[in-house]
Design a protein around this ligand. Sequence first.
Ligand SMILES: Cc1ncc(C[n+]2csc(CCOP(=O)(O)OP(=O)(O)O)c2C)c(N)n1
Ligand SMILES: [Mg+2]
Length: 375
Amino acid sequence: MPKTETRQTKTDTETSNGRASATETRTKPEGVTDFVEVEEAKSEYNKRRKSQLELIKKTDKELLRAMLYEMVLGRVFEEKSAEVYRMGKIGGFCHLYIGQEAIAVGSMLALESDDMVITSYRDHVQAMVRGITPEAVMAELYGKMGGCVKGKGGSMHMFSAEKNFYGGHGIVGGQIGVGTGMAYAAKYKGSKQVTLCYFGEAAVNQGIFHESLNMAQLWKLPIIYICENNQYGMGTSQKRAMSIASVAKKGDAYGIANEFVDGMDVMAVREASLRAIDRARNESLPTLLEIRAYRYMGHSMSDPGNYRTREEIAKYQERDPIHLFQDSLEEAGALNDKDFEAIRQKAIEAVDKALKFAEESPLPDESELLTDVYA
Ligand SMILES: Cc1ncc(C[n+]2csc(CCOP(=O)(O)OP(=O)(O)O)c2C)c(N)n1
Ligand SMILES: [Mg+2]
């Protein structure tokens, strides 16, 4: 069991979400992540930094610019979503992606446009990286007609058949089975499409993960299972819920190629994704990627967050994926301060435009109530 540590705090000490603690002493909850893991990640990153800078120098500048833009857009979009959610403009559940941007960007910008993507409810940024406009995502959050599914799905159910983005699923792990079926269909039709299937680490404890991986390897399906390990399933730390810490190694049980990836390093995510995409497209074989990041915000907007400390969050934020990428781009001489500012401004303008669109978009007409509803 993880160590439990008690320490003295002042009465006005706050929990991670800003609530005052009532007691003089506070017990660190079991399973709070040890900081040592951040230190290890830092030292590994330093070891591969030289080769990463070389890689950046060889990468197309427009692609690097697009990667940074999508990460910044995702961050600004989610910050704005939190703001308008608190104002009561968005209803229902709302799960933010802040801290995980490098995963969506590093993996999806390595795909071809006819490849397929399926994911969980933490889907706003993934939808945008896949090409659904910020306007259509924001209007969907508002439940308006201009949303990508005309306001019927809301935060958890972004979808676009045109962009081959197949949701946005609320049942933990449900998309793993559906994604496996999508990859089976692609193989059956000989379409050469690759499927990217995202899920959180808490979904890995479910049967559907194991059944799907078994079938994918047995039937040699062109799929990449991406476990976005943000280290928490709602308020439960992975350490309290999983007997073996490595998600990647679970792939060994089914003979699936697997890799652990630093999810704060967008170039590392891209490289691992390219290897897996190549395996899927050219050998019709699955891969399991465990991409480890950290969820900065609560599980959803209604999470009080009193199961972890501010210090823990701050420690992970030292390796912020956007800052790490900017530093590398600058050091490699690929982009400069002016470029960063221009990218940030463009993202702010895109989010402002999306917000205006969502505000002005009409609510769905009553006639929409049963349109496109199948169950
Ligand atoms: C089958 C099922 N069980 C429980 C829930 C409630 N639930 C919603 S999100 C969640 C945690 C999932 O965590 P993880 O898979 O790590 O994804 P993350 O939210 O961290 O992205 C749970 C238990 C659910 N939606 N579906
Ligand atoms: Mg999680």
